[in-house]
Design a protein around this ligand. Sequence first.
Ligand code: ADP
Length: 139
Amino acid sequence: MATNRTFTMIKPDAVENGHIGAILEKITAAGFKIVAMKYTQLSRRDAEEFYAIHSERPFFGELVEFMTRGPIVAAILEKDNAVEDFRALIGATNPEEAAEGTIRKLFATSIGENAVHGSDSDENAAIEGAFHFSGREVF
Ligand code: ADP
């Protein structure tokens, strides 16, 4: 995958709260092109694998429960400097610390239920995109 791509999920809280459309609007208005997208639900095994890096953290069980409790929107996004620019668009992990106008400031409810995921490196963007999409699903 090219390094001008990142991977995102609209998390179960934001889907439940009816924010899919508003979040996609923010993403496209910021100049990101959607090159892959699906509406899906993570199994427990998916979530444990996706968040394996956090498996020793005290919130891991809560995170897996949360991420599997309802559907998500998974997408690969393309833009120059995608990873860094998307992290800026979504804001800090904790919505109380997120900058005004960021997606998490607008739509997140807590540090755990924080509306969206954004890859933290080009390497992880490629791994996470490949976790959810086959080559023929990316345009
Ligand atoms: P980010 O998603 O901003 O890269 P992290 O990689 O640190 O943040 O954490 C992954 C996800 O785990 C967060 O987006 C959030 O859903 C959850 N999480 C992080 N810290 C906490 C916490 N202290 N309590 C509960 N959930 C957390």
